[in-house]
Design a protein around this ligand. Structure first.
Ligand code: ZN
Length: 159
């Protein structure tokens, strides 16, 4: 069975940046399961996995445009410190999940000056060229439920 729209792909992966530093890996953990064609993965990864079968191994290089995007200064915003529920945790380098019009995003505090906090809504991997080593473990049909929910059901799903 080939990976195509509405198939579940089960993969092991290792992600490195341009310098060869490992940023993320499923090594030693359960493989990642995702539904193809439902934006579960970054576009460059879906493109590379299309048509692949269990047992295939691939090394791919994904430019930022097809990964987490190009850094934009427009995504750096000043926010009053009063907007943060726990002021004492607001420090440079702290990351948190923020709700934005485009959905939840990881945001990073880059400056605290008096009552003003500069928050960077660029993805932490913006501007990065990503190097993935991927092994396809399994390809199967997604269930009706999985397709309607837009995510894979299994051990980690509690509904
Ligand atoms: Zn669900």
């Amino acid at each position: 069975m080939k990976i195509s729209k509405k198939k579940v792909g089960v993969i092991h992966y290792t992600l490195k940046n341009d310098k060869g530093v490992v940023l993320d890996s499923s090594d030693g953990q359960k493989p990642l399961s995702y539904i193809h064609g439902m934006k579960n993965l970054i576009p460059g990864m879906e493109k590379a996995l299309e048509g692949k079968v269990a047992g295939d191994k691939l090394d791919i290089v994904i430019p930022p445009e097809e990964a987490y995007g190009i850094r934009s200064e427009k995504l750096v915003n000043d926010v009053p410190i009063a907007n943060f529920p726990e002021k004492e945790h607001v420090k440079v380098g702290v990351q948190f999940q923020a709700n934005t019009p485009e959905g939840p995003k990881v945001a990073t505090v880059i400056k605290v000056e008096g009552e003003t906090v500069s928050v960077d809504f660029n993805h932490p991997l913006a501007d990065e060229t990503l190097h993935f080593s991927i092994e396809i473990i399994e390809v199967r049909d997604a269930t009706e439920d999985e397709i309607s929910h837009g995510h894979v059901h299994g051990d980690g799903c509690n509904h």
